[in-house]
Design a protein around this ligand. Structure first.
Ligand SMILES: Cc1cc2nc3c(=O)[nH]c(=O)nc-3n(C[C@H](O)[C@H](O)[C@H](O)COP(=O)(O)OP(=O)(O)OC[C@H]3O[C@@H](n4cnc5c(N)ncnc54)[C@H](O)[C@@H]3O)c2cc1C
Length: 270
């Protein structure tokens, strides 16, 4: 059966802001309202340019933001769209974050992960939950979405590898320092997989619940093609994920292997 959620939604670019030399944020006006839970993703398509999964960085009525890193052909084309141009969306897909667990929340966002975690941050604040947001990048020029987070007066701490802004060190190092000083019942993370793996392991050691949003090659987005499957358990990032409890995926491919565009099992390098 062809569900309504699978129809394409038409969206027009209202603005395009450069975050860093590699990352842009598009604000899109949709032709209808769609309810997107924090952590769910959309398949974003421009005819002729390909279709890729993106997790919205803001959702407000019929307006959403997409923060896109230019890594290849389609992401470059999308990130360079001009005001008034159109894209087509399908979704939302997958399972978002569970924000119902009691206790304090610590969010850890590396690169565009800081943008993708922002809807979860806003939801938690709206619910009156104490939330601290750790954001990181290689240096001050590579911090993504920090201007937006400052604009909304988010409770953030920044880490840069070279110390050009905030804590001098990596995000996992700032994370370790933070959790050695204070206990957080819940951790949510999006970023490079090796970083998330370190965070997940530390959470397990300390008895903190951790939800991880995995980024893999997602082609169909609806569970048919198998390109995003997690070995050996068969979990699909696009259906059972992209958000998983770390305890569910530690001991699988997570942190070590993924599949490339041809379906070959390759090492996770970042
Ligand atoms: C659920 C989900 C949510 C995502 N949300 C965002 C987001 O909010 N912002 C954002 O910038 N990106 C996000 N991504 C990643 C984004 O979808 C990819 O960067 C994009 O598909 C690359 O397409 P491309 O055609 O530009 O690059 P390609 O030409 O397809 O690839 C360029 C290079 O990047 C590698 N690559 C491509 N996709 C991935 C991937 N998923 N994992 C690891 N390596 C990859 C390729 O192997 C190749 O080396 C998300 C991915 C998933 C699965």
């Amino acid at each position: 059966m062809f569900e309504k959620a699978h129809y394409y939604i038409e969206a027009e670019v209202e603005s395009n802001i450069m975050e860093t030399s590699r990352v842009n944020t598009l604000t899109l006006k949709l032709d209808r309202f769609i309810n997107i839970k924090p952590g769910q993703f959309l398949m974003v398509w421009r005819p002729g340019d390909g279709e890729i999964p993106i997790t919205p960085s803001l959702t407000q009525g019929n307006t959403i933001c997409l923060t896109i890193e230019k890594v290849g052909f389609t992401s470059n084309r999308l990130a360079n769209l001009k005001v008034g141009e159109k894209v087509f969306l399908r979704g939302p897909y997958g399972n978002g974050f569970n924000l119902e667990h009691p206790g304090k929340y610590l969010l850890v966002g590396g690169g565009t992960g800081a943008a993708s975690l922002t809807p979860a941050y806003l939801k938690l604040v709206e619910k009156g939950v104490y939330t601290l947001f750790l954001v990181g990048g290689r240096n001050i020029e590579n911090l993504v979405y920090v201007n937006k987070l400052r604009e909304i007066k988010a409770n953030i701490q920044i880490a840069t590898d070279d110390g050009s802004e905030g804590f001098h060190g990596t995000l996992p190092e700032l994370f370790k320092k933070t959790v050695s000083e204070d206990f957080f019942e819940n951790v949510l993370t999006i970023g490079p997989e090796k970083m998330m793996f370190k965070i997940a392991e530390e959470c397990l050691k300390r008895g903190m619940s951790c939800q991880v949003s995995l980024v893999r090659i997602v082609k169909c987005g609806i569970g048919f093609c198998g390109s995003c499957v997690l070995d050996p358990v068969g979990l699909r990032i696009c259906v059972e994920g992209p958000v998983f409890n770390a305890s569910e995926i530690l001991g699988t491919d997570f942190g070590f292997y993924m599949r490339d565009e041809m379906g070959r099992r390759i090492e996770v390098t970042l």
